[in-house]
Write a protein that binds this ligand. Structure first.
Ligand SMILES: Cc1cc2nc3c(=O)[nH]c(=O)nc-3n(C[C@H](O)[C@H](O)[C@H](O)COP(=O)(O)OP(=O)(O)OC[C@H]3O[C@@H](n4cnc5c(N)ncnc54)[C@H](O)[C@@H]3O)c2cc1C
Length: 418
């Protein structure tokens, strides 16, 4: 495979990993990693956490040292997007005007923040956070802010809000739904989070929609809700979800449906084009094969590795256990599996001490575990899900039940119920 060319479009978490994993797999052909941003591939998670407070300096954001790509002979084309794909000619057009031919194309285009189409959204001081450039702007403005409003109570919004509270800034979160992250979190964990943040001084308004923003001299000053209330704000962060970057794929005739649609091998509707990370909609083994998109570092990395293996002739159905983390103030939230299909939730640990895990079951089958400040539970949960070790709701309530022993294979699966 030494004379083959793989073009990776998108130099983020998934794209960078795909290039590295191709070399790990022994791929000897040409690899070109094309990125719209001018920065070498960097991590996004710190952008809404330690980067905002200065705890993570800019030089620690890079995913790999600058010499890495040269060392493994990966050509970096930064600051130029892929603007077109010709699947018949197997070539891509770049913003720079260049064309690149490929044998295989890996689309790792990520997602962008959803816009908020309300009056005042274009005022100065209304920001979103996805890229390093966005984070630089938030970081520059945050210390001078006296009142921050975050629109959207998702993970990124809550991380930014928790950071602002930590800096002593009056902070309000507006969430349109009656529950935080209702699509992702179980109700118990969601209400725990609301209360935990309120105890730390964050104001969270559930069931509240931002209707308009007003300002003076072009600078935002207040956010008004649909029910006519207003909250002062000199900095507004809009975090109402992301939309996948699919346009270039759709224009090329690839199948797109809330993401670039792939098969279980992460191959798109064209046999020489693959899609990974935030932009890919794949049949998820942990959701009974339903097509879904996952926005997480784990998913980006695991899918990149899977495609590299497939290109090296070791294609397997992608079935990595999904997991995710979010750091909000001193709360480490970790999710293993997909708790969405649950019908039973068993709390394990001490919620009042802010250390617990919510085990989510569909019938007697463990489908996901949400942990707060219980990293050992999270690791055990990943192992149970990966290895398919059975655990039923009743087992967690048995005296002497040892989760770690079960996950490490030191204890026999649990006794049958009568
Ligand atoms: C602020 C923030 C905090 C996060 N925190 C966490 C966390 O705590 N835990 C967690 O698991 N996940 C977190 N995530 C999610 C995680 O970072 C993403 O899921 C992950 O980066 C996805 O990798 P990706 O390669 O698919 O996309 P990205 O890393 O976004 O990379 C996609 C790249 O493609 C580029 N691109 C787009 N279009 C083109 C084009 N046409 N041509 C060339 N390049 C293009 C983009 O500019 C971008 O650089 C966070 C995300 C953000 C934004």
């Amino acid at each position: 495979m030494s004379n083959r060319t793989v073009v990776v479009a998108g130099a983020g978490q998934a794209g960078s990993q795909a290039a590295a994993s191709l070399r790990d797999e022994g791929f000897q052909g040409r690899i070109v990693l094309v990125g719209a941003e001018r920065h070498a591939p960097y991590q996004r998670p710190p952008l809404s956490k330690g980067y905002l407070t200065g705890k993570v300096p800019p030089e620690r954001l890079a995913l790999r040292p600058p010499s890495f790509y040269d060392n493994i002979d990966v050509e970096l084309r930064l600051g130029t997007p892929v603007t077109s794909i010709d699947v018949d000619a197997r070539s891509v057009g770049l913003g720079s005007g260049d064309r690149l031919e490929y044998h295989d194309l890996v689309l790792a285009l990520g997602a962008r923040n959803r816009g908020l189409p309300i009056d005042g959204a274009d005022l100065d001081g209304v920001l979103t956070l996805r890229s390093l450039a966005d984070a630089e702007e938030v970081r520059r403005r945050l210390p001078a802010a006296s009142s921050v409003v975050v629109i959207g109570g998702g993970f990124i919004g809550l991380e930014i809000a928790a950071t602002a509270v930590g800096l002593g800034i009056a902070t309000t979160v507006f969430e349109i739904a009656e529950q935080l992250m209702a699509r992702v979190l179980s109700p118990g964990t969601a209400s725990f989070l609301v209360e935990a943040h309120r105890r730390r001084g964050m104001r969270i308004d559930l069931g509240t929609s931002a209707a308009t923003m007003t300002g003076t001299h072009g600078q935002v000053r207040a956010v008004w809700t649909l029910d006519g209330r207003s909250v002062p704000a000199d900095l507004v962060l809009v975090g109402i979800g992301a939309v996948p970057n699919t346009e270039v794929a759709a224009e090329a005739g690839l199948l797109v449906d809330n993401g670039i649609v792939t098969d279980p091998h992460l191959r798109t509707s064209d046999p020489h084009v693959w899609a990974i990370g935030d932009c890919a909609s794949f049949p998820c083994a942990y959701a009974d094969g339903r097509q879904m998109r996952l926005e997480s570092v784990q998913n980006a990395v695991a899918q990149a590795r899977a495609v590299a293996a497939a290109l090296a002739g070791r294609a397997e159905h992608f079935r990595a256990v999904p997991w995710f983390w979010s750091d909000q103030a001193d709360l480490k939230i970790q999710i293993a599996g997909l708790p969405t299909g649950r019908d039973t939730v068993v709390m394990y640990g001490e919620a009042e001490q802010e250390r617990f895990s919510a085990f989510c079951f569909a019938g007697d089958r463990l489908v996901g575990v949400e942990s707060v400040n219980r990293p050992a539970d999270h690791l055990a949960a990943r192992r149970l899900l990966e290895l398919g070790i059975p655990l039923r709701p009743v087992d967690l309530t048995r005296p002497g039940f040892d989760l770690r022993a079960l996950a490490s294979g030191r204890s026999a699966p649990v006794a049958p119920t009568s």
